[in-house]
Write a protein that binds this ligand. Structure first.
Ligand SMILES: Cc1ncc(COP(=O)(O)O)c(C=O)c1O
Length: 396
């Protein structure tokens, strides 16, 4: 039986790739720094909202979300754009569905989406599903992953370019982009009739200066689409709740139709989402400091390993790390299948995400890994100690 070219060209997620091998291993404890799944408890008010959800029928809801949940999202985002209304918000099944809706509503088959590399690996998959492709724009550790200049963008764009997507703070680089940069990119996009898809799912997780929201750029509002999610800030990956936000009325009408095709986002998740979005500002400061501590510990531990190069994240909780090995895919497998560090009679190792999945050209990331500081501090410390031991063993 023949399957679609799109299905056949879908890239396997770099993050999930090693899961199959892990499941066949026994007698070893793995520290999982390969996936952005925080171990911080979900706030009690959200757990209480689950317990307090009362209904006699688990019914469908409106395509773009319940009025209460759209209002809660709009109120929360007014911190960055006071003119926002519930009509500017479509509630989605995670930030993932918001990205898929944005790519599908904006692109025709054969169109291109510009993305600074390295980028969140699933942009590739969503682009493929929408029939579009990602056109990579290299950024580098040396320039702190600075966004391309207007001149570079002018050269790289083609008549098939329909959008520019980036995450701020960035997964996987940990870079944070300030207002002047976001404004410049938004205005360039607007001038050129190109949508700016600003993925802000890590917006509350920053360590030096806060990231700007693309929602702040009033004179490019028609071109701006913001993606948000409850997964990271509220430690609620399994809730599967997010939002697509834009003041482009025509785009929001088409997003509503995409939403109608899959009926609606889950009412229970939206009920819990309202509790999250109404939390006091103090909550965000607490989790921000918690993440800062973890990332500081990750960076300190990495600095002790010889031959390793990395950037200290200024936001989100990831770091791209260059290792003194030829292929991090091979090294990541070695960690899972061969290397064991013994402590108190137990055997331990770690799981990392090979860097190639974060680039369009896999060769660019083949000496890099992405680490996520998602475990409690002592575990991060131990995991990086194992990384150091494993590098010595691997390089003989
Ligand atoms: C940059 C970025 N955008 C979007 C998502 C999707 O998040 P979710 O679908 O869990 O809301 C993730 C998840 O890791 C991410 O890192």
């Amino acid at each position: 039986m023949k399957l679609s070219t799109r299905a056949q060209t879908l890239q396997e997620s770099a993050i999930r790739k090693l899961d199959g091998i892990i499941q066949t291993m026994s007698g070893v404890d793995f520290y999982r720094l390969n996936i952005g799944q925080p171990d911080i408890p979900t706030p009690p008010s959200m757990m209480n909202a689950i317990a307090g959800f009362e209904t006699s029928v688990l019914s469908y809801g409106p395509a773009s979300g319940t009025p209460q949940c759209r209002t809660a999202f709009a109120n929360y985002h007014r911190l960055w754009q006071p003119a926002l209304t519930p009509a500017d918000v479509a509630v989605t099944t995670g930030g993932s569905e918001a990205l898929l809706f944005a790519f599908t509503a904006i692109c025709d088959p054969g169109d291109e989406i510009l993305a600074p590399t390295p980028f969140y690996t699933n942009y590739n998959g969503f682009a493929t599903v929408a029939g579009a492709s990602i056109k990579p724009i290299p950024t580098s550790i040396e320039t702190n992953f600075a966004l391309p200049s207007d001149e570079e963008l002018d050269t790289i764009k083609s008549d098939r370019t329909r959008a520019f997507v980036f995450s701020n703070p960035s997964n996987p680089t940990g870079a944070v982009y300030a207002k002047s940069e976001v404004e410049r990119i938004a205005r360039w996009c607007h001038r050129n009739g190109i949508f700016l898809i600003s993925d802000e799912v890590y917006r509350r997780i920053w360590f030096e200066n806060p990231p700007a929201s693309a929602l702040e750029v009033d004179d490019a509002a028609e071109a701006v689409v913001v993606i948000d999610s409850l997964s990271k800030t509220w430690s609620a990956c399994g809730l599967r709740l997010g939002a697509l936000i834009s003041r482009n009325v025509e785009l929001m009408e088409k997003v509503e139709r995409l939403g109608q095709a899959r009926l609606g986002p889950q009412p229970l998740a939206q009920h819990v989402g309202i509790a999250a979005l109404e939390m006091p500002e103090a909550y965000y400061e607490t989790i921000r400091l918690m993440w800062k501590n973890r990332v500081d510990i990750l960076a300190e531990a990495l600095a002790d390993i010889e031959g390793v190069k990395f950037n200290k994240p200024t936001g989100a909780f990831y770091s791209m790390v260059k290792l003194p090995v030829e292929s991090t895919e091979e090294f990541a497998k070695f960690l899972i299948t061969d290397f064991r560090s013994e402590r108190d009679g137990a055997f331990e190792s770690l799981v990392v995400a090979p860097g190639s999945g974060f680039y369009v050209d896999p060769n660019r990331g083949k000496q890099q890994i992405r680490l996520a500081a998602v475990l409690e501090p002592t575990k991060i410390q131990r995991a990086i100690e194992i990384l150091g031991e494993a590098l010595i063993s691997y390089n003989g």
